[in-house]
Design a protein around this ligand. Structure first.
Ligand SMILES: Cc1cc2nc3c(=O)[nH]c(=O)nc-3n(C[C@H](O)[C@H](O)[C@H](O)COP(=O)(O)OP(=O)(O)OC[C@H]3O[C@@H](n4cnc5c(N)ncnc54)[C@H](O)[C@@H]3O)c2cc1C
Length: 343
């Protein structure tokens, strides 16, 4: 086996809120930590991160710059780059990076986040995170009282309608490709005064990153300030699968299944943040990183203690072995070859 380029107690894949919080926790426990980060956090397009006590509205990249400095302040190393492979090796896991370098670690934390698979609609992607939205808690307040459309693709859009209707009296549901609402839903929509538009949406029109209108296939144009969509949330789980793990697949998304503290079914592999919890916010992801960091540290600690006990016993075992050999040799000299040694 070739020597790795980097060796560490814990390799953290992903330097978002989950990965950096774990790195702080581990480094403060004097674990060696290497964070490999491709630098594409999920909320990078958002102007600010909200519902974050003490840092309300902080630009997402500023938050991560501060998080990296905090982790490095305790000795964690941050390596810009992308992990592309992972395999089990003696004593842990070896991670291969896109530039060909290798990292060998006793434990691996997956904090790779997720990919928002957006509806395929001309003009939609450039507005993502600005005026094409998904989360009422992340950016709903910013569009309160405005003209808010909801793009119907799945039944869960009805729940989004109810949540955004709390924030504006001017909500339009574009049925687009979603299944026909049932009677109960129609009653709710009517009671709340939600406008419902039949027909397929053809494109979005915008000025800069501000949505201006939703255009139907039949040419009708509806002026809107924001459009709510339901992305499919797909965890970045390729490395987990390479290590033999099985992802959980649901209609609304894909995630890495984990037990308490982020432990997965794959030995030595842990997960935190959006890769494991598709609805986790920044604060929830960071909290998961913190508790998973503690759990990994505890796991390593018990392994270290077991090794220390083993090492302490070794001289005694060797001495006992030597005494046993001496006795057997003595027995042979006295013609007692058949005596069974007792341990
Ligand atoms: C538009 C938008 C706005 C949002 N606004 C808010 C908000 O206001 N408040 C809030 O609480 N939440 C908000 N969220 C949710 C928030 O983005 C997530 O909760 C949070 O980013 C999850 O953190 P994470 O560490 O799990 O993943 P991420 O922040 O996505 O970080 C994952 C990191 O891992 C890296 N990575 C992935 N794969 C690899 C690899 N193979 N090798 C190396 N690095 C890799 C990525 O490049 C990235 O840097 C928003 C989400 C979106 C989409």
């Amino acid at each position: 086996m070739n020597a790795p380029d980097h060796s560490t107690d814990v390799v953290v894949i992903g330097g978002g809120p989950a990965g950096l919080a774990a790195a702080v926790m581990l480094a403060r426990s004097l674990r060696s930590v290497l964070v490999v980060d491709a630098g594409e956090p999920r909320n990078a397009t958002a102007a600010g991160a909200h519902n974050l006590l003490g840092r309300e509205g902080v630009p997402p990249l500023d938050l991560l710059t501060a998080g990296r400095a905090e982790a490095e302040g305790y000795g964690a190393r941050i390596l810009p780059g992308r992990a592309v492979s992972a395999r089990h090796v003696d004593g842990g896991i070896e991670v291969g990076l896109a530039d060909g370098a290798t990292v060998r670690a006793r434990r691996m934390l997956l904090a790779t986040g997720l990919v928002d698979e957006l509806p395929d609609l001309p003009g939609l992607r450039p507005l993502w995170g600005r005026s094409v939205l998904h989360c009422p808690f992340c950016h709903g307040w910013e569009v309160r009282g405005r003209r808010i459309g909801v793009l119907g693709t799945i039944p869960q859009n009805l729940h989004q309608v109810l949540l955004f209707r709390r924030l504006s009296e001017n909500v339009t549901l574009f049925l687009h490709t979603m299944p026909e609402p049932d009677d109960e839903a129609w009653e709710q929509l009517a009671a709340l005064g939600v406008r419902v538009v039949r027909g397929t949406v053809r494109e979005l029109r915008a000025e800069g990153d501000a949505l201006r209108s939703v255009v139907l296939e039949d040419g009708h144009v509806f002026d809107q300030d924001a459009l709510v969509v339901a992305p499919r949330f797909v965890a970045r789980g390729e490395l987990y699968e390479q290590l033999g793990g099985e992802l959980t697949r649901q209609p609304t998304g894909v995630f890495v299944p984990a037990g308490p503290g982020g432990r997965t079914d794959v030995p030595g592999v842990w997960v935190a943040g959006n890769s494991a919890d598709l609805t986790a916010t920044v604060a929830v992801s960071a909290a998961a990183g913190t508790s998973t960091g503690a759990a990994i540290h505890g796991d390593l600690m018990m392994e270290d203690v077991a090794a220390a006990v083993q090492a302490r016993r070794a001289p005694f075992s060797a001495a006992a072995e030597a005494r046993q050999t001496q006795r057997l040799l003595g027995d042979r000299r006295h013609g007692l070859d058949s005596v069974v040694p007792s341990r």
